[in-house]
Design a protein around this ligand. Sequence first.
Ligand SMILES: Cc1cc2nc3c(=O)[nH]c(=O)nc-3n(C[C@H](O)[C@H](O)[C@H](O)COP(=O)(O)O)c2cc1C
Length: 355
Amino acid sequence: MSYNSFGRVFRFTTWGESHGPALGAVVDGCPPGLNLSEADIQPFLDKRRPGQSRFTTQRQEPDQVRILSGVFEGRTTGTPISLMIENVDQRSKDYSDVAQAYRPGHADYAYDAKYGFRDYRGGGRSSARETAARVAAGAVARLVIPEVRIRAWVEAIGGDSIDQAAFDAQEIDRNPFFCPDAEAAHRWEALVDAARKAGSSLGAVIACEAVGVPAGWGAPLYAKLDSELAAACMSINAVKGVEIGDGFAAAALTGEQNADAMRPGTDGPAFLANHAGGIAGGISTGQAVRVRVAFKPTSSILTPVPTISPSGEATEIATKGRHDPCVGIRGAPVVEAMMALVLADQKLLHRAQVG
Ligand SMILES: Cc1cc2nc3c(=O)[nH]c(=O)nc-3n(C[C@H](O)[C@H](O)[C@H](O)COP(=O)(O)O)c2cc1C
């Protein structure tokens, strides 16, 4: 088993490496008759695309998607949808050092330990180039759940958090950090610049919210909506923590404080709070589904780090080449995509069981 697929009814498989000719996704189980063209997918890839500001890597990947199958006369046919993105800015020479030394924080050693062989150019399959394929598949998933609005933003960089009282949804697309707090975005310019100039890197927290999910999606126990979302977000490169709703903070609350109290509403219950992140017993409640995701700091840094060579000698590595000073920023569109992919699958699963 190689685990390159995700989802049950709405199922996608990604393929490709960072330095191969192309990468992509095959989406299987998409309902027929949905209007789909490259124009429905490209805007989401453009949000994740590198080289758009000085705060992300300067690699220039146009990430133009092509639909190779599963669409006829502009509509999905119900057959596998194959999406392809060419790799055009790979520079294998940037990675020649990586053949001689394992990069701490990367999959280099672990891949060698498991497979006895690895594609060291940009990390091969472990490279986050793969997340472009998820974003493309996620754009198709969104067409399956038109009733749901999904939005992710950056909540903290390098431990510096937004002021929740200053949250302005309009601000998210106005700055290069997907930041809803204009003042925090301003502070982060200096913070990320300083890390980049010092050859260092920073971590980030991404929040993602899905509004419009009806009550009833998800399943009890082994496929709780919480666990599906956690698995989906944890599968993203560099993610080391996932919280649903208040997450770890809920452990510091009392039962009264944490209760999502209910009152009769006009169309179903009116909830007075949403500590649970819109999920109870693994099933959506009709409230906003909320997840927070912790991205570690970029492992590839200019500062030399002690490591070993594949033959076991002590050495050190400073990763040259073009890297994101904070991978979490470009992680935001990837978290949105995983939210869409999980919810599309859950909608179809719900329909299959309950009608
Ligand atoms: C959008 C995105 C871009 C990334 N770009 C880089 C990068 O430029 N340099 C780097 O060291 N890591 C980058 N990463 C993270 C690595 O791919 C990841 O840390 C590595 O493959 C090891 O996997 P793990 O951190 O999940 O254990 C990126 C992650 C994401 C989500």
